[in-house]
Design a protein. Structure first.
Length: 206
């Protein structure tokens, strides 16, 4: 099941997904809006219109190059990583309404999360700062939680830089305290989605 296909979109329908965990953690109106979005998906069994744009196309087009560049970088360091592209949407083993899509699995313990920024300054800040951009932090921790893996290499790739600067890798270790707090809030969020769905179905079934 390739990411971005209709089958992949349907597998994610109405579920809390890793790329949106940041909305849950932000709280307030952002959390509320995402909650109603998921309820709507469940009620209609429709994901809504596809989001298109140059930035999305850029990321999709260059992800294979980013994965290869990361693999070659590990080989240059003498590290033998066997990367297996995840075949679809992965649900949490204990929570079927929570899941994520992982860009690659590394042996038994690791994963990778690939970003190909449309704007070069966004790659630059990861390259120079050596940190995961804040907008992706919860996605990384969420993917670690869902997959039950120990670490994630966040990979930023930009082919417009020279070869020595095209790949920036930030290793993120699973932190039990951080993940535990996030998990609690995501599970509570899904319970709220379930409750809102039940409330609406009951209200309009009479």
């Amino acid at each position: 099941m390739e990411q971005g296909t209709d089958e992949w979109h349907m597998a994610r329908l109405g579920k809390a997904t890793g790329s949106n965990f940041g909305k849950i953690m932000t709280g307030g109106k952002t959390r509320e809006t995402y909650l109603h979005e998921l309820v709507c998906q469940r009620l209609t069994q429709n994901r809504g219109p596809d989001l298109k744009g140059a930035a999305l196309d850029w990321g999709h087009d260059y992800e294979p190059s980013a994965r290869l560049a990361y693999s070659l970088l590990q080989m240059d360091k003498g590290i033998e990583h066997s990367i297996v592209q995840e075949d679809g949407f992965v649900c949490h083993p204990d929570h079927e309404q929570i899941g994520c899509s992982v860009d690659g699995l590394i042996h038994d313990d690791g994963i990778i999360e690939i970003k190909c920024p449309y704007t070069s300054k966004n790659h630059y800040r990861t390259l120079v700062g050596g940190k995961v951009p804040k907008e992706y932090v919860w996605q990384v921790y969420g993917n670690l939680w869902v997959t039950q893996r120990k670490w994630c290499d966040f990979v930023s790739f930009d082919p417009r830089f020279n070869s020595s600067m095209q790949v920036a890798v930030v290793r993120v270790e699973a932190e039990d305290d951080v993940i535990s707090d996030m998990a609690k809030r995501v599970i509570e969020f899904v319970a709220d989605v379930d409750e809102k769905e039940r409330e609406i179905r009951e209200r309009f079934s009479k």
